[in-house]
Design a protein around this ligand. Sequence first.
Ligand code: G3H
Length: 540
Amino acid sequence: MTIEEKIENIFPAETAVPDAARLAPLEQKEYLINGKIKNWTGARHEVFSPVSLRGKNGAARARLGSYPLMTEKEALEALDAAADAYDEGRGLWPTLGVEARIARMEDFVRRMKEKRAEVVNLLMWEIGKSLEDSAKEFDRTVEYIVDTINALKDLDRTSSRLSVAQGIIAQIKRAPLGVVLCMGPYNYPLNETFTTLIPAILMGNTVVFKPPKYGVLLHRPLLEAFRDSFPEGVVNTLYGEGRKIIGPLMKTGKVNVLAFIGSSKVADILKQQHPKPHRLRCVLGLDAKNAGIILPDADIDQAVEECLAGALSFNGQRCTALKILFVHRSVLGEFTGKLVAAIENLPLGMPWEPKVKLTPLPEDDKIPYLAEVIADAKEHGAKVINECGGLTNGNFVYPAVVCPAGDKMRLWREEQFGPVIPVAPFSDISEPLKYVVDSDFGQQVSVFGRDMDKIAPMLDTLVNQVCRVNINSQCQRGPDIFPFTGRKDSAEGTLSVSDALRVFSIRTLVAAKESDANKALIRGILRGRKSKFLSTDFIL
Ligand code: G3H
């Protein structure tokens, strides 16, 4: 079959969906507020998959079910539940002690694992992520929770001793911040929501969490686990249109931490809505336009392999994706030839098909958007250099390699977040370096080459522009124990297994002058295990 025929026939008949992947529509009416799973009777949002299925009347997007379109009233109810559970730091959860919180979290992970198959299948259908990658997302999330628990044990162990300095005895620990509003992105709706939600809860905060626009139903199977593992009000869920329900929450001033992964534009709006911005902590993962720089002496086969994965994994819908490639003119022909050939070998199809790499996209407006930026690039002198590049069928868009990319094009500065690869030829290394310096974004960069005398000075410039320089490898977030952050419009705060515990807490100490009376008092509290904070108990 030609590529064109494959694209034309990408959507299967309803009857061709394998039994293991079949999904009965999930009409979600439930939401969790204050430890109770409530029944929603109001308006609901209909959920359709990016996958179309061919039936009697032709191809139509598979209907996956529906979820509550909650209003400002329920949003405020969820926020009040979280605020009451925190109770200005006097609530059960913030005063519970680390060991007991860890036990609750371990219980949650056990319950979560039981829902793996259901969550993975919903993830696959809702956002079109391949079955293999959907399973990876689930497993990576479980691993992240386990690692976070271990990191917290370590953190608590190191702070289980007292410090004495300048005649003052102190115990220094980390204490929670309050109510956290967690919102993750659609491309990692489970993982990236949980990389903030889980450390926030573990540190003793209470949360309201709203799943992203796409990737909502997959959270439904975990509702009972949240209810049963944590005290009432610690986890509260919200569904609906962000514009309508999130603004009112921010305006109350009751949100202490905004954990948001999405666009800088939305983050700025939310921050400005808070009446006391200095009280609001922000943990933000935002826009990125990571560049790949291919030097004349690069191992081209390796560079192509990494750039292909970097630009097209999950159809380019990763914040860490390589979104523009700068290729030295001396290797341009070889690089683009091999890149185009490698794209032709990428299997396209339905997310449940083994080894599939290219799948339909969840965002409806992304399809015309990608067509627009490709047309704009053409108007400015670029060509789509691969066969069928940009060809669409329903929500499927075949990858387009656009060359030569130039600074007049939208693709030069806009984050396409999809399967379009702009290639910018360069003659002098100052050109891609200038691009990185001038960019509004500062997440990561990839450099491909072999000459240490050329690469070393580049590293020293680039580390002050972005927060991770990848040598001969694509940009990526993992391993999750490494810091993940960005400069400029790309991030605020640092996430990683251990950094996340820090961003959702604040160093707090109990201190006393080293007098006999104070020593006796502290000794009495410690020996009688009278305080959760002032305690030298060591988690084993
Ligand atoms: O979308 C942004 C993700 O954090 C990227 O994670 O590099 O592991 O795909 P990843």
